[in-house]
Design a protein around this ligand. Structure first.
Ligand code: ZN
Ligand code: MN
Length: 469
């Protein structure tokens, strides 16, 4: 019997509109609890919602970016349930007529993850658990969301991770959300079941995850848990789960509900949303170049290798910076290596890379890359200088002295000094230990503060040492 993973993902993305979906309250993250809400977003008697036009436009933009059809008529519906973070006891969402349907996102290997639909809805408030008590903050009530729902096309945990990263990069590129998983502006619910010939197994849903690594681990765990239930002759029960980071396992929150349980019905306070084709065409015409297309262009036009092109285009801010550097005429290969090698090792988190606050101008960066490409300085010196520019926030001009390199005489003096000060290494080298040279390189790098070209230094050192033999 062969089994396989069947997985679909629902992603909630907070839209970066200035105001909420049905009222004029601010959406900004943070703020004193319960200061950014009003009778509408808390569902007080007598209040009426008004749909924020920008939310519809953002949803259309999202849909077009992932190849969806945009419906001409969409409707808003009430999804009824009680929870303390939802004062109205219903969420305004979309049931059978979402704004977008039938899209897809292609993964690097060519595999397509179909997008079933994208709908708009309002977010709920936030519960804060402190010392056995629970407080509630309604600032997030009514913050606009899109929910992106895939078909169950994901076959491995790694595909799930890649899908989320692709979705995140696309949504950031079109500017509708910052998609910060840590701040909760992108959250995923993952459906997992076991497939295979003759198997019809229930699926479970793991709720509210907010990091890619967490999602990958949760799917791995849940799939193997279901497999062991099935192989043990048992039956997987439908359930809503949460992933416990500490134990690395899934925990049952409640039995899984059906959409029927929510008693969806058309929202009586809001008319159907009519989406004129001209509006769709207008939004489509204004879409920026998307990450996949951009990466492809880098490969074709700039001769960049595919892996690096993807790494750069994954973060909008990085791609914008790289593009400026290339337009200044910098050597593509050198500049790319400095970005993917040096800058990415300095900016190790997703967040840092997306923000890309490096305090280095494209002009300085291009000049540094040119010094390397033109053979004026070595790569090591460029990397070191770039690292210091980033950490000290100083411009390239402050490092000129170092970047002038050393002339032949200076280098020879330094090599003589290295030989003088390291008699043990010299003896070792002369008695046949090639490796001993590295001790001398270390000395030269340190003394010259990186100015010395090590390949040149090696040539001089070998000549001087030969004279000694
Ligand atoms: Zn409000
Ligand atoms: Mn939802």
């Amino acid at each position: 019997m062969s089994y396989r993973l069947v997985c679909g993902i629902e992603t909630h993305i907070e839209l970066a509109t200035a105001t909420k979906i049905f009222c004029g309250c601010a959406t900004a993250f943070g703020g004193q609890p319960n200061t950014r809400c009003c009778p509408v977003c808390t569902g007080q008697p007598g209040s009426l919602p008004v749909l924020n036009r920008r939310v519809v436009e953002y949803a259309i933009r999202a849909g077009l970016a992932v190849n969806c059809t945009i419906n001409e008529v969409a409707s808003l519906d009430r999804k009824n349930y009680f929870y303390p973070d939802l004062p109205k006891a219903y969420q305004i969402s979309q049931y059978d007529r979402p704004i977008c349907e039938n899209g897809c996102i292609a993964l690097d290997g060519g595999k397509r993850i179909r997008i079933k639909r994208i709908h708009i809805e309002e977010d709920a408030g936030k519960l804060i658990h402190i010392g056995g008590r629970t407080l509630v903050d309604y600032n997030r009530c009514g913050v606009p969301l899109i929910e992106v729902v895939t078909e169950p096309d994901i076959e491995t945990p790694a595909q799930a991770g890649e899908y989320i990263e692709k979705l995140q990069a696309i949504m950031r590129a079109i500017g509708i959300s910052d998609c910060r998983m840590q701040e909760g502006s992108l959250r995923c619910d993952v459906n997992v079941s076991v497939g295979g010939e003759g198997i019809s197994s229930a699926r479970t849903e793991i709720k509210n995850m907010n990091s890619v690594s967490q999602i990958v681990r949760a799917i791995e765990y849940e799939y193997s848990r279901q497999l062991s239930v099935i192989e043990g002759g048992g039956r997987v029960e439908r359930a809503t789960l949460r992933f416990d980071e500490r134990t690395g396992s899934t925990v049952v929150m409640r039995g899984k509900e059906d959409s029927g349980d929510y008693r969806y019905f058309p929202e009586p306070d809001l008319p159907a949303v009519l989406i004129p084709r001209e509006l769709v065409a207008e939004i489509s015409a204004c879409l920026p170049e998307l990450p996949a297309a951009r990466a492809e262009r880098y490969v074709k036009e700039l001769g960049m290798d595919e892996a690096n092109a993807r790494l750069i285009c994954r973060y909008n801010a990085v791609a914008v910076f790289a593009e400026r550097v290339f337009s200044l005429g910098a050597d593509v290969r050198t500049a790319t290596n400095l970005i993917v090698g040096t800058l990415y090792s300095l900016l190790s988190t997703e967040d840092e890379r997306e923000k890309f606050d490096i305090f280095v101008t494209a002009e300085d960066f291009a000049e540094l890359a040119e010094l390397v490409a033109g053979g004026k300085i070595g790569v090591t010196l460029a990397q070191m200088t770039l690292t210091e520019m980033v950490s000290s926030r100083r411009p390239l001009a402050d490092f000129r002295g170092r970047l002038e390199g050393m002339d032949e005489n200076q280098l020879e003096d330094l090599c003589r000094k290295a030989i003088e000060c390291n008699p043990r290494a010299v003896d070792d080298f002369l008695s046949g230990k090639e490796k001993a040279l590295s001790g001398l390189f270390g000395f030269i790098k340190k003394q010259s503060q990186g100015r010395a070209d090590i390949r040149e230094a090696e040539r001089v050192l070998r000549r001087l040492l030969k004279e000694k033999q």
